[in-house]
Design a protein around this ligand. Structure first.
Ligand SMILES: Cc1cc2nc3c(=O)[nH]c(=O)nc-3n(C[C@H](O)[C@H](O)[C@H](O)COP(=O)(O)OP(=O)(O)OC[C@H]3O[C@@H](n4cnc5c(N)ncnc54)[C@H](O)[C@@H]3O)c2cc1C
Length: 500
């Protein structure tokens, strides 16, 4: 390559300016774009998305049966009714998101195959400079923005998490991670082991069980599941009465959220009763003779890890029919034929699926700088799980674990739009969260209390996440029921916001 070509490839040629740059076009990024369009008309913005299309999670994951584990009345946006069964496939979710993009003319605002690599804030210019690489051409691009809205999700999309087990290379069959499902994987009549017991395993197993020879769910320890009909009674009733879908969406959301809040409180106040509710629903599918104590009774209090919804009990039906089974044991090592367990039993397989989770990636693998100094988010304290001390003009979307992620997308968006309007009205160019004098002796703690919520990917990656304080302003409290009232009441003149 000649020198000029080298320069052309490595140095960004033009700089485009926008009021707001959004990182990502998953459910959060598309939601951010919608809210900017409707609540801050006239604001210029672009969403830069690394993948070829929108959808994020629902584009990355292509394994058989991929579906939501929470209802789409609340995983869908508050502004667009969800009109069919509450648990939805990735395809249905993508269709819904596509409609949001089309109905609101958001497509011109999204640039695909643009991976953001760095973001530097300058207090001299009051601007973010954001560099991106086009994944199709390798071209390096530069953007400037007054405000950076991070909608990058919470895990690395390019690779899933697979623990290193002894002798994995000896296994003669295929090892697959659900995040990289080979399109042509032929599992018909094959013996499949799915390692894991989370939502992904619970979704995959019934989907594979129909065609596979046999599917074994191999888990180190059990997980709680909720089960029931893939329908919401109140939505069905209202539909019968020909109530408008906008109303049905709102009423159904309220009913779901009310019930979820009651159940979450029960898990804290009466954990044994909550546990009994969950386990008796499993027993109703598997029968009294099934060893629920070993395979479906976790050692932790309900809701310390996400509870996936199993529509129509399909996982349990697969087990009941004999097409699938559960083994609760630890892996000693892989063998040529399968997996040797600590109990001494060997499970044979043609395909092993490692449904073992994600690699937490809090910052979209973007190299951040503030005024020339590299930024490590772990050195900051979070303002309500969305802004960070010392980091100007940046908001980050991190949804809920115990409720649908998207509920927080809408709430954070309302806050950002209010903040942008406030800054416009007051002429402020910059807003930086800062601990107030009364916060300075506040103990700083990890992002989340492991006693409260402790899935593996959070525990593995906690050191990467910002700190939390013990006051509500300085933590992501995971409580939609409280935040739905607290967020609109945030006082933008509070001393936690330093304007410049
Ligand atoms: C299989 C699965 C099922 C789930 N089911 C549910 C559910 O039912 N309910 C629920 O509430 N939650 C669920 N979740 C959690 C889910 O990830 C979130 O709810 C939600 O989809 C996250 O949306 P997001 O837009 O914030 O992030 P993502 O969906 O992760 O999208 C982020 C986007 O940002 C892009 N991006 C990241 N870094 C960069 C960069 N540097 N430059 C440019 N683009 C970048 C990514 O390519 C991606 O497209 C599920 C997760 C998984 C994996």
């Amino acid at each position: 390559m000649n020198v000029q070509a080298q320069i052309d490839r490595t140095s960004p040629r033009t700089t485009e300016h926008f009021d707001v740059v959004i990182a990502g076009a998953g459910i959060s990024g598309v939601g951010a774009a919608y809210h900017l369009t409707t609540q801050c008309p006239g604001t210029t913005f672009v969403a830069l998305e690394a993948q070829k299309t929108f959808g994020g999670t629902w584009t990355t994951h292509r394994y058989p049966g991929i579906r939501s584990d929470s209802d789409l009345h609340t995983f869908g946006y508050r502004f667009k009714p969800w009109t069919t069964a509450p648990i939805a496939s990735a395809k249905e979710i993508l269709k819904y998101m596509g409609e949001v993009i089309e109905e609101n003319d958001l497509a011109p605002h999204i640039r695909y195959q643009h991976t953001i690599t760095s973001a530097s804030w300058s207090s001299v210019e009051n601007l973010w400079t954001i560099e991106a690489t086009r994944t199709d051409t390798g071209e390096e691009l530069r953007f400037t923005a007054n405000f950076f809205w991070m909608c990058q999700g919470y895990y690395r999309h390019t690779e899933g998490y697979t623990p290193e087990w002894k002798d994995m290379a000896r296994f003669k069959g295929e090892i697959v991670h659900p995040q990289k499902w080979p399109e042509d994987l032929d599992y018909r009549n094959k013996r499949v082991i799915v390692i894991g017991s989370g939502a992904t395993a619970a979704t995959l197993i019934p989907a594979l069980a129909g065609d596979a020879g046999h599917v074994t769910m191999l888990q180190r320890s059990p997980t709680y599941f909720r089960t029931g009909r893939n329908a919401i009674e109140i939505a069905e009733e209202l539909r019968k009465l020909q109530v408008d879908e906008t109303w049905i969406h709102e009423i159904t959301r309220r009913k779901i959220l009310f019930d979820q809040d009651a159940f979450t409180r029960k898990t804290f106040n009466e954990p044994e009763a909550a546990k009994k509710d969950l386990l008796s629903a499993v027993e109703a599918y598997l029968g009294k003779d099934y060893d629920i104590a070993t395979h479906f009774t976790p050692r932790y209090r309900p809701w310390r890890q996400r509870i996936a919804f199993i529509p129509d009990g399909d996982l349990f039906q697969g087990i009941k029919s004999g097409k699938a089974s559960v083994v609760t044991d630890e892996i000693d090592r892989f063998t040529e034929k399968g997996i040797l367990l600590k109990s001494g039993r060997e499970l044979e397989a043609d395909i092993i699926v490692t449904a073992t989770g994600f690699n937490l990636c809090a910052n979209g693998d973007i190299a951040f700088e503030v005024d020339g100094k590299p930024l490590d988010f772990a050195d900051t304290v979070t303002y309500r799980g969305m802004m960070f001390t010392g980091v100007p003009n940046l908001v980050w979307v991190f949804g809920y674990f115990r409720a649908s992620w998207t509920l927080r997308v809408d709430l954070v968006a309302d806050f950002v739009c209010r903040l942008l309007q406030h800054m416009k009205a007051t002429g402020a160019k910059k807003v930086t969260p800062a601990l107030r004098p009364e916060d300075h002796n506040m103990p700083l703690l990890p992002w989340i209390d492991p006693e409260n919520f402790n899935p593996g990917y959070m525990m593995r990656g906690m050191h990467l996440l910002p700190k939390r304080g013990e006051k509500p302003e300085w933590q992501h409290n995971q409580d939609y029921w409280a935040e739905k009232d607290e967020f609109p009441a945030i006082d933008l003149k509070d001393k936690a916001f330093v304007y410049g």
